[in-house]
Write a protein that binds this ligand. Structure first.
Ligand SMILES: NC(=O)c1ccc[n+]([C@@H]2O[C@H](COP(=O)([O-])OP(=O)(O)OC[C@H]3O[C@@H](n4cnc5c(N)ncnc54)[C@H](OP(=O)(O)O)[C@@H]3O)[C@@H](O)[C@H]2O)c1
Length: 229
């Protein structure tokens, strides 16, 4: 499948070099990547994003993973999408400290948990993952700016957050995200699926950096203006 650059360097030119196109402009950097239907659904009828994404989205999704030092994901998404350990650390964010089933028993260092001191499953998580892999970042809430710092201290500076909608909301509300990538697939599904961001109102100005098109799917990359230096 061919991708065209509609907005960005060399628009209309040859097939883009995705690794160059998506290279982060700074270090550390936290990018969020999500997929949506045209009518704004973040999941399809089976309650998963797997039922709305497609091969064009997968191509950029794989590239963004390849550029990341670590994957950051909300526990709800890790559970819904059955996340398993991958070739780089997965950082699960959970207020309750509940390590999703499929992320238990991975190789040492494959899974980190970001949680808070009041988490009901904290002791269990420390036993499952090891104390060093459990980051306690606040009393009742996970401080997402501190999460960035803690991960950077471990050499994990290029972060890819894969949602879900509550975590996306909280990352932008906390000022912890630098960039939002959204794939819009050419489908309209209605139903009760969430939007890509769920939570109290926020108003985050974004600057479009690139827009790609492939087989009718649009792949946008926006920089969060409030984090621009
Ligand atoms: N379209 C897309 O690109 C995309 C991407 C990802 C997910 N999804 C879809 O979204 C749905 C899941 O939605 P969701 O909103 O439940 O996902 P989510 O944000 O991943 O999960 C919410 C849960 O994650 C933890 N969490 C999230 N933000 C947190 C924070 N700031 N601090 C502490 N813990 C936090 C909490 O877990 P605990 O309950 O353990 O405390 C919370 O209950 C699924 O249908 C999934 O397929 C779509």
């Amino acid at each position: 499948m061919t991708l065209r650059v509609l907005v960005g360097p060399d628009p209309g030119g040859a097939e883009p070099d995705l690794a160059r196109l998506y290279a982060a402009p700074a270090d550390p950097w936290l990018r969020v990547n999500m997929v949506s239907t045209l009518d704004g659904a973040a999941s399809g009828e089976n309650g998963r994003s797997g039922s709305i994404n497609n091969a064009v989205d997968k191509r950029v999704y794989d590239q963004l993973r390849a550029l990341a030092d670590a994957i950051v994901v909300g526990a709800g998404t890790a559970r819904a999408e059955s996340y398993a350990p991958v070739d780089r650390p997965t950082v699960v964010v959970s207020r309750r400290g509940d390590v999703p089933e499929q992320l238990r028993g991975g190789p040492p260092g494959a899974v980190l948990l970001a949680t808070c001191a009041s988490a009901e499953h904290l002791a269990e998580a420390e036993q499952l993952l090891g104390n060093d892999q459990v980051l306690v970042l606040g009393e009742d809430e996970v401080d997402l700016l501190r999460l960035r710092e803690e991960l950077a201290g471990r050499g994990l500076t290029q972060l890819l957050a894969e949602g879900g909608p509550h975590l996306l909301h909280d990352l932008v509300a906390a000022g912890a995200a630098d960039e939002v990538c959204v794939t819009v697939v050419p489908r309209l599904v209605a139903g009760e699926g969430p939007r890509i961001a769920v939570g109290p109102p926020v108003d985050v100005p974004l600057e479009l950096l690139t827009l790609l098109e492939g087989e009718g799917t649009l792949l946008g990359r926006w920089r969060i203006s409030s984090r621009m230096g």
